[in-house]
Design a binder for this molecule. Structure first.
Ligand code: VG1
Ligand code: CO
Length: 542
């Protein structure tokens, strides 16, 4: 029986860079998630009898949220739900399942790299039938609907046993509890040369994969250890925990420090990799060599043809605006286009669907391709393994050769987390107001060439997205970008992206922060970050 429940709108149910993210305690309020899900269903058309994919990253409140979503999907008239066993589906696996089973769409319960647990964050996002994050016109429609919602519909039914594979029913709707790894692992086997990677491991190659107690543990064990023969224990922190062991499941040099320390030691493994809460991010480290995500994108693009799934080459590259220009140099050499999009994977979907881009990436440890419509952490790791298996060089050698060929884009991101929202908004507004007067200004010896606020014109659907980050370009080719995060749940996070190109191999071995020290000073002084936020240094440097 369907129960119609009266409700009143909650403020602020506006999806950000990647879905709606709030504190767990916000989501636990009666009717909170129901309002959002009803708002979503109300903004979709013609899904009667169709299939919906549901899964999450296993964080605290995942199971409760999934039961609610299943019962609301039944009440809304979906014909079938595919849900990962235990409520688990990594974000790229959800994208894969949506595509493979031709589902209408999917709902992913995740706050990605944000901390979990009772006092941590929770999130929900909708993906469309191509497997990718809903574009802005959809998320805008959901938000509008949540402002006026008066009731929601939910099936009165027992909870589904999420731990039993196979078919159950909720009302007339079929619920199929599926193995969360199977479809995804099969797709990886089609894209990469698993035999070559097996040979690599058999030859004594060693790696460590840090699943950060998040969703990728089961995927990494099945693929790296069981299928590819990496020695047992390759996967560390491989048990998904609701609070991620109390850590941030964010694969970067701050939160995956243990892994980084291991790789920086002389007897460390050949390759280190890590993924985030929902499995869509990746970090790649060779022995003694951290690979920036921007460089990783460029190197993957330059070498993708070594993997069977990309043997005919790539049609194009797409990168988010703050990502470094390293990929652009590869695109130029390959004679393909490099597209520049706003931050967030949803902007890559149209380019991928149209066949304009094959490989995409973001500076925030996100890389992926047209195999799904999300960034994909394990995919990037397998791509690196495939490249290493063919080239039989170390990660450090491959990176050094890449810089020799293309030059090096020194790159870093400085984050100021949980700063006062009003102060952050004022800082951005003030910079915006000065854009016209900046060109020609000399700061610490560098001359501003131009400055703007990034706008994106989608070449496929013609949509325009404005205010996506303030860019300051200098005459020596250096670039600064200022933007506010759209995934945080407390205060504002100011992100500062810094980049300087160095063509000469003699100067390719500087420490990144040293190489960018002058630019860092300019970046802090220009909007007076310390004066406005009270912060003399960033919270996180990657
Ligand atoms: C951040 C990253 C962005 C990424 C987004 C979602 O967004 O900068 O590149 O796409 O997180 O990734 P923001 O608005 O906080 O800068 V995930 O792995 O959190 O889904
Ligand atoms: Co993520």
């Amino acid at each position: 029986m369907i129960r119609v429940v009266a409700t009143t709108p909650f403020e602020g149910q506006k999806p950000g860079t990647s879905g709606l993210r709030k504190k767990v305690t916000v989501f636990q309020q009666p009717h909170y998630i129901e309002n959002f899900v009803q708002g979503l269903f109300d903004s979709l058309d013609a899904f009667e009898g169709e299939t919906l994919v549901i899964g999450g990253d296993g964080r605290y409140y995942n199971r409760e949220a999934i039961q609610i979503v299943i019962k609301m999907a039944a009440a809304a008239g979906f014909g079938r739900v595919l849900v990962g066993k235990g409520g688990i589906l990594s974000t790229p696996a959800a994208s894969c399942v949506i595509r493979k089973h031709e589902a209408f769409g999917g709902i992913i319960l995740s706050a990605s790299h944000n901390p979990g647990g009772e006092h941590g964050d929770f999130g929900i996002k909708y993906n469309i039938g191509n497997g990718g994050p809903a574009p802005e016109h959809v998320t805008d429609a959901i938000f509008e609907r949540t402002k006026t919602i008066r009731e929601y519909r939910i099936m009165e039914a027992d909870d589904v046993d999420l731990d039993a594979l196979g078919i159950a029913r909720v009302g007339d709707m079929v619920v199929d509890v599926i193995d969360p790894v199977e479809d995804y692992a099969e797709l990886m086997g089609e894209l990469f040369d698993f035999d070559a990677i097996r040979d690599l491991f058999a030859s004594g190659f060693t790696m460590r994969f840090d699943a950060m107690s998040a969703v990728t543990g089961p995927y990494a064990r099945a693929i790296l250890e069981d299928s590819l023969g990496a020695r047992p224990g390759t996967v560390m922190h491989g048990e998904p925990l609701p609070d991620f062991g109390g850590h941030h499941p964010d694969p970067n040099l701050v939160h995956a420090k243990e892994l980084n320390d291991l790789l920086m030691s002389d007897d460390g493994p050949d390759l280190g990799a890590a993924s985030d809460g929902d499995g869509d991010r990746n970090m790649i480290i060779g022995r003694g060599r951290f690979v920036t995500p921007s460089d990783s994108l460029a190197i993957i693009a330059a070498n993708a043809h070594l993997a069977p799934g990309y043997k005919d080459g790539i049609a194009g590259i797409a990168r988010s605006m703050p990502t470094s220009g390293a990929a652009d140099r590869v695109a130029e050499k390959l004679g393909v286009k490099c597209y520049e999009t706003p931050t967030g994977w949803k902007f890559f979907g149209n380019l991928l669907d149209a066949g304009l881009a094959t490989v995409c990436g973001e500076e925030s440890f996100g890389t992926g391709s047209n195999h799904v419509r999300e960034k994909d952490g394990l995919w990037a790791v397998l791509m690196w393994l495939n490249i290493l298996a063919v080239r039989r060089q170390s990660v450090a050698e491959i990176v050094a050769e890449h810089w020799e060929t293309y030059g090096r884009n020194y790159y870093t991101r400085h984050d100021y987390e949980e700063v006062d929202s009003a102060a952050a908004d004022a800082l951005m507004a003030d910079l915006r107001a000065r854009l016209d007067t900046l060109p020609g200004t000399v700061i610490n010896g560098l001359t501003v060439e131009r400055a703007d606020d990034f706008s994106y014109h989608d070449p496929i659907d013609g949509s325009v997205t404005t205010k996506q980050g303030i860019r300051v370009f200098f005459t020596d080719g250096s670039r600064l970008v200022y933007r506010l995060s759209g995934t945080g749940t407390a205060g504002a996070t100011l992100r500062l992206y810094l980049e300087r190109y160095e063509a000469d191999p003699i100067r390719h071995d500087l420490d990144t922060q040293d190489a960018l020290a002058g630019l860092v000073q300019i970046a802090r002084d220009l909007p007076d970050i310390e004066g406005r936020t009270g912060r003399s240094a960033p919270t996180v440097i990657t």
